[in-house]
Design a protein around this ligand. Structure first.
Ligand SMILES: Cc1ncc(COP(=O)(O)O)c(C=O)c1O
Length: 309
């Protein structure tokens, strides 16, 4: 594969049959290797689309500063995309995110503003932590006359997945039966599920939540802390479209940790906890529906972004 620029490397990730984790039945789990993107995560897709759309609509101009609240992955994507477009980038990030994320943002040339946690802890960023970081990011953007990305409300992230992730999965696996994804802003789930259902409305689309932070499934948050960084902040994200979700599978920290480790030991894929959560949910689905079905899910980011992996 030959590419003319770094931005051209974003999208078109491989879809791998997870042969070591699909079990002994006839069903197969496929993982979309988003951790191979230049910024190390699925968020590169949304970052590129957001910046392209902002230029196209005239909301962003050459040299103008870009500001965003991030758990690290969107920040890495935006930092590298903004550099390629010639825009300075400021990442506003809760202190609960791993120091590895900070290091990556520095390496990509972002300026970083760290915010105190409200009720989270190290490696566990809650909805309140996110709300606080978002408020500070919004104020900073106003002060600097910068473009505020606002990933939770920016529809370009849905467009990115509707136009790229969905078609890529469909082209690589057109006998797909089930799509599974965890929820941060819900951009990945909503955009991809919408595309897949437009091709075949019988494709079952399933969201994943931590057992005690299952607000989409139960309407309640028993505990805002869990290990699936970058997802499930105990709030209903504006991009969430319940009509696209046929089911929601919950997973607990122990099984997420176990499956994330299996992905590296057994499958040779060094990925983060949301990848483990997605595959744990896929394994649960296969155990319940023992049939010759094809499940596609997302391996969202690289394990290098985590302290304890
Ligand atoms: C590690 C990780 N997994 C999953 C997601 C979920 O992606 P989305 O925001 O598209 O729902 C994110 C989002 O930041 C993430 O950082």
């Amino acid at each position: 594969m030959k590419a003319a620029s770094t931005l051209e490397l974003i999208t078109r990730t491989p879809l791998l049959h997870l042969d070591k984790l699909s079990g002994t039945g006839k069903g197969k789990i496929y993982g979309k290797l988003e951790y191979l993107q230049p910024g190390g995560s699925v968020k590169d897709r949304a970052a590129l689309q957001i910046i392209k759309d902002a230029y196209q609509s005239g909301r962003l101009s050459k040299g103008q500063t870009v500001v965003e609240m991030t758990s690290g992955n969107m920040g890495a994507g935006l930092a590298l995309v903004c550099r390629q477009f010639g825009n300075p980038f400021i990442a506003v990030m809760s202190k609960g995110n791993s120091p590895e994320r900070l290091k990556i943002l520095h390496a990509f040339g972002a300026e970083i503003v760290l915010t105190e946690q409200v009720d989270g802890g190290p490696g566990m960023v809650t909805g309140k932590d996110i709300e606080q970081a978002s408020r500070i990011a919004r104020e900073l953007a106003e002060e600097k006359n910068a473009f505020y990305v606002d990933q939770f409300n920016n529809p370009s992230s849905i467009t990115a997945h509707f136009e790229t992730t969905g078609p890529e999965i469909w082209n690589d696996l057109n006998n797909i039966d089930v799509f599974i994804a965890s929820i941060g802003t819900a951009g990945t789930f909503t955009g991809t599920a919408k595309y897949l259902k437009s091709k075949n409305r019988n494709i079952v689309c399933i969201a994943v939540e931590p057992q005690n932070t299952a607000i989409l499934k139960t309407g309640r948050v028993l505990n805002p802390r869990h290990i699936i960084q970058g997802t499930s902040y105990g709030l209903v994200p504006p991009h969430w479209n319940s009509a696209l979700a046929d089911d929601i599978i919950t997973v607990d920290d122990q099984e997420v940790e176990r499956v994330t480790k299996q992905l590296s030991y057994e499958q040779g894929l060094y990925v983060g906890y949301s990848s483990g959560a997605n595959v744990a949910a896929a394994i649960k689905y296969l155990e319940k529906n023992n049939a010759a079905i094809n499940i596609a899910t997302i391996l969202c980011d690289t394990g290098y972004k985590y302290t304890d992996l």
